[in-house]
Design a protein around this ligand. Structure first.
Ligand SMILES: Cc1ncc(COP(=O)(O)O)c(C=O)c1O
Ligand SMILES: N[C@@H](CCOP(=O)(O)O)C(=O)O
Length: 403
């Protein structure tokens, strides 16, 4: 076997794939690759079609028949105009909205749902602020599994809700926030009633490491100075950092980037813990932000994210809803990239990191934009003015264009 499951709290190792938490101490489990048993080099990956399964030697599955829809292989777009505006020499956007269901979650789900099938699970479930449910619903449909998704009632963007409903998931709105919903799913998973596919699932997060693998390959194996990631439940920033560590320990890259986390002002336990030098977070019981995807007060992967930010020499910052919405518009109008509000937090955060001197003007920076703008059309329409209809005559139209 080329991997084991390792507890991030007590360090115990297990080779039982049915585990989703440490049987010794209850801690989170992580896939630990056994680097000396993996024979890969840069050329192993180069000739392949870019995507999650291009890195199959680094994924913890034992099948040639994964549940897949060509996830990953997203663009790493140079953004010179926005870079100049924000004050960095080289800015790239890794646009995860280009995944099959429109968010980075698909990278995790292709691996997590493949593992669910391998383990013989029949019912898969998650709590979600929207994207996890949209992704799980799609992959469960493809695998023929029953899927249940618990959502904070009234707080999920319309596009995401439509996806979960239309893929045939059992959509269960709950009175409470995401953190309350996740507690319930974790309990059902502990009792063996469902197979959980939130980011407590170590196999799912292995798939998300491919964001780092792809960034390195797309930059011809050069490593960016800084990677900026929006943070909610904190699985993604931890997985991306672990992805860079994998390549480093395999001898494929010889440097590591600094990891920067961005949270919304109204949901910022990680930022507080970083600022105060704390080992763990203090949960926020009432998270609130327009970026509903990161409206999370008690991130389950907090310990891992704090380690990723600290060990890499990075930092964390909060941004206001206003800053998020204005960064969303800037990315759309200057670079043609339409992302949902949570994703734009990385751009708004970069502005602050540069202003605060955390990231230098001559550095190469990658901002990860995590979900497509069409997921949340309502938020966008609230800030756009829809012009009144006019008669279709050329003179009127010409006048309007010139205005
Ligand atoms: C669009 C989007 N961005 C960012 C995040 C935050 O990612 P994480 O929870 O892994 O920190 C989420 C949800 O998790 C999301 O849906
Ligand atoms: N934004 C997430 C929140 C759940 O995160 P997960 O990574 O633990 O599944 C969502 O889309 O639901």
């Amino acid at each position: 076997m080329h991997y084991v499951l390792e507890c991030v709290e007590c360090g115990s190792e297990f080779d039982d794939d049915s585990l989703v938490r440490c049987p010794e101490c209850g801690g989170l489990l992580e896939v630990a690759l056994r680097y000396d048993e993996i024979e890969v080099s840069r050329s192993t990956f180069e000739g392949r079609r870019l995507g999650v399964w291009a890195f199959r030697e680094l994924l913890p599955v034992n099948t040639d028949d994964p549940v897949t829809m060509s996830e990953g292989g997203t663009g790493l777009h140079p953004c010179p105009r926005l870079g100049e505006e924000l004050g960095v020499r080289e800015l790239f956007v890794k646009n995860e909205g280009e995944n099959p269901t429109g968010s980075f979650k698909d990278r995790g789900m292709t691996v997590g749902v493949t593992k669910a099938v391998e383990l013989g699970a029949e019912v898969v479930a998650c709590a979600s602020t929207g994207n996890t449910s949209a992704s799980l619903a799609a992959y469960a449909a493809r695998a023929g599994l029953t899927c249940a998704v618990l959502l904070p009632a009234g707080k999920v963007a319309l596009g995401k809700l439509a996806q979960a409903l239309f893929h045939g998931a059992r959509v269960i709105p709950v009175n409470g926030n995401f953190d309350d919903a996740l507690d319930v799913v974790k309990k059902l998973a502990d009792e063996g009633i469902v197979y959980i596919l939130n980011s407590v699932n170590p196999f799912r997060l292995s798939g998300q490491r491919t964001i780092a693998y792809e960034i390195c390959l797309q930059l011809d194996w050069e490593v960016p100075d800084a990677v900026v990631v929006p943070v909610g439940n904190a699985g993604n920033i931890s997985a991306i950092w672990q992805g860079f560590l994998d390549l480093y320990r395999l001898g494929i890259i010889d440097e590591l980037p600094r990891m920067y986390g961005v949270q919304a002002e109204g949901a910022r336990p990680i930022v507080e813990a970083i600022r105060r030098g704390k080992e763990d977070i203090e949960p926020d019981p009432e998270p609130e932000t327009v970026a509903t995807a990161i409206r999370i007060g008690n991130p389950v992967n907090a310990i891992k994210a704090l380690r990723a930010i600290r060990c890499s020499g990075g930092w964390a910052v909060e941004v206001s809803d206003e800053e998020i919405l204005s960064a969303q518009r800037e990315l759309a109008t200057r670079e043609g990239i339409f992302v949902e509000p949570a994703s734009a937090a990385s751009i708004a955060g970069l502005r602050k990191f540069v202003e605060e001197g955390e990231i230098d003007a001559d550095e190469r920076v990658v901002c990860v934009t995590t979900g497509h703008g069409l997921k949340d059309p309502e938020t966008v329409m609230e800030v756009c003015e829809l012009p009144e209809p006019v008669e279709p005559d050329p003179e009127t139209i010409q006048r309007l264009i010139a205005e």
